[in-house]
Design a protein around this ligand. Sequence first.
Ligand SMILES: Cc1cc2nc3c(=O)[nH]c(=O)nc-3n(C[C@H](O)[C@H](O)[C@H](O)COP(=O)(O)O)c2cc1C
Length: 422
Amino acid sequence: MHTCSASTGASSVTSGLDLHPRSPDNGLVTPLRPLSARCLVSASVCKADIVTPPLAPARPGKLPTAASVAPIALPELSIGGIALESPFLQAALSGYSDWAMRVMARRYGAAYSVCEVMLDRFVREVKGTCRTRHHLMVTDEEHPVGAQLMGADPADFAPAALRLADAGFDVIDINFGCPVKRVLGRCRGGYHLSQPSVAIEIIHRVRDALPPAIPVTVKLRSGINESDESRDRFFTILRAAFDAGIAAATVHGRTVEQRYNGPSNWEFLRHVKQQFPDRTIIGSGDLFSADACLRMLTETGVDGVSIARGAIGNPWIFQHARVLARDGILSPPPSVHQQAHTLREHFELAAHACGAQRALATMRKFAIKYARSHPHHVHVRNAFATAKNVDQWQAVLEKWYAADAPGCYPLVNEVAPERVVG
Ligand SMILES: Cc1cc2nc3c(=O)[nH]c(=O)nc-3n(C[C@H](O)[C@H](O)[C@H](O)COP(=O)(O)O)c2cc1C
């Protein structure tokens, strides 16, 4: 029986969540500083304009370099009956993995993508208005694509799952990972890791409601916290989930209490895969470069990797990972002209989904991240952050992307985002 007293909290705007995360440098406008000439184009890692203090990449010492590594044989990955062409997947990202980002990810080499999380009630009630209809938008080009559900009451999940399947999503994923306080307070997301019986009931309800051809998957963090009790609950849920017929589990190697502090525990991912050698386990956490994606596969044995923050404004990461695995060579970062092309392509998709004005608001968040690949990234980021209309947006492109130059690998500079799910 579900006992959370706060579970009736009103849901909100767009996807039913008012979580649209502000990633750390989102909207941040730092004063312009003189350009330094320290762009290490030869190493293809741009160190110009780094905001001090430059944080270490998630895996220190593993900044991408042009060095080659031994090619690796990639694991074959299927989700239920859906065979994927590679193990490099676009993660669910609230506020980001909308239709446009998913299409971009697929065009740039992701084998599969997951929509940003949606509340069960929102999915059931969403109307086809121009403000909201893009949430259920699925097009031919993006298959296979997953939708993700979050909620409190097991009874609310099945009707929502059916609606998502009707909308054309190929896989239904259940979120047991969101660490946002307000979400936990309403007994949603990561909260379910503390109550295996409710989590298991949700899985059964969704699995039983959907046709067998539609795979059901779960996304979990490694537990509520590091305690043995929490770990036992994690395994209780995962074992029951596989027994109930889920096709795959994505595991983020951080606990709910940990949020984004500290590294993702890849050792835990390795342990999970060892416990479930015949099941499909997808790893998540600290995948900021092609190299990191390959290392997660080889170091943990997971079947696939779910690329999250590392893909925001960096859709090239999927192709780079594929080439690195196949040829052992890290592709050069996209040139400034290639970046401009990609930004325009992304903007057009966003405008197609929700109109140019609304697209501008979303695209500002992305552009701030795209700017990390530009040799003058702070200037470009600030210019995008202050673009108030489409003309100003175009002007930024015309000014900063007119002259071609080698691009840079984004220097990962992530700090703990406070308001994200996962
Ligand atoms: C801005 C943001 C939004 C996220 N939204 C979701 C989401 O909707 N569903 C989900 O399962 N995980 C979500 N996550 C978690 C990511 O999918 C991923 O598990 C996590 O970021 C760890 O991977 P990373 O360290 O490579 O970013 C989100 C993370 C971030 C940073």
